[in-house]
Design a protein around this ligand. Structure first.
Ligand code: COA
Length: 252
């Protein structure tokens, strides 16, 4: 276990579509549990099946970089709202969360810190301000209505992914009143959250970060920390070398 994970959160990224080597994919399939394999086979579209395979193989291989456990031996349970958690004993309180979309999958790993991650492709086809009216704070919605084009898309997906990351860190579901969160985003992309009082959340215990791993994609991270200082968020690209476990780099 790298000691630094206590002050860091690691974000592992992969472009699922870039993994096409048949031997690699066969190896990935060999890592999945029976449950994962049956979900994998149930996908109707090959693209979805492929993304699921690469994402879940990444989770297993990445986690094995933090504990003395081979990738195929990780076991997961699901919370009431479907959040996967590590079920293996003796894995030193490792927490993780996964997000996958066309063109990008991301896995965040922490030690003992509730974490959530969301990735989205910047996509202009939705009726963004209509969704914002229902899902964002009134102030955020008003800000969005002043924007058009790329600025609107960017601002919408920024606030969307931040909410999803928060909801995923809490491990709760679709019924959460996400309109009662408000995000202030500084010019330097620092993020402060405001909660309405009835949510009973302490903003000082939440840390958010936006990542732009590609021009086409955005990712947001949410961390629930009980520490006075913020965690350092380290971004890594997942390698596909199945000869060995993907280990976090020394000191990181
Ligand atoms: C569960 C939920 C968070 C998944 O988000 P998504 O954008 O559809 O999908 P992502 O790729 O980001 O995440 C999927 C992964 O998250 C994990 N996951 C599933 N349920 C989860 C939960 N309740 N909490 C945290 N993680 C969860 C799983 O690993 C899942 O991958 P898998 O299905 O391949 O096993 C989402 O469907 C949801 O319920 N959102 C409700 C919150 C809301 O109101 N959002 C609006 C924001 S403005």
């Amino acid at each position: 276990m790298p000691e630094t994970l206590q002050q860091e959160a690691h974000v592992w990224l992969v472009v699922p579509e870039s993994v096409q080597d048949p031997d690699e994919l066969e190896h990935f399939r060999s890592l999945l549990s029976d449950d994962e394999l049956s979900r994998y086979r149930r996908f109707h579209f090959q693209d979805d099946r492929h993304r699921y395979l690469v994402s879940h193989a990444m989770v297993r291989k990445v986690l094995s970089g933090y504990a003395d456990l081979p990738p195929a031996e990780w076991c997961f349970t699901r919370s009431q709202h479907g959040r996967p958690e590590i079920a293996n004993r003796g894995t030193a309180d490792i927490r993780f969360n996964l997000s996958h979309t066309r063109g990008l999958a991301a896995c965040i790993v922490t030690r003992g810190c509730a974490c959530g991650i969301d990735t989205e492709q910047l996509d202009t086809h939705h009726h963004l301000t209509g969704i914002a009216r229902r899902m964002f704070s009134a102030e955020e919605h008003r800000q969005l209505e002043t924007l058009t084009g790329a600025a609107l898309t960017e601002s919408f997906f920024t606030r969307w992914t931040l909410r999803e990351a928060f909801v995923k860190a809490k491990g709760i579901g679709i019924s959460y009143p996400v309109r009662k969160l408000h995000f202030d985003i500084g010019d330097d992309r620092t993020i402060r959250v405001r909660f309405t009082p009835e949510l009973d959340e302490d903003p000082a215990r939440w840390q958010f970060r936006l990542l732009r791993p590609a021009a086409t994609h955005i990712a947001a991270v949410a961390l629930h920390t009980d520490q006075a200082h913020e965690l350092r968020i380290v971004q890594r690209w997942f390698g596909t070398d199945h000869a060995g476990v993907t280990r976090p780099p020394a000191g990181g």
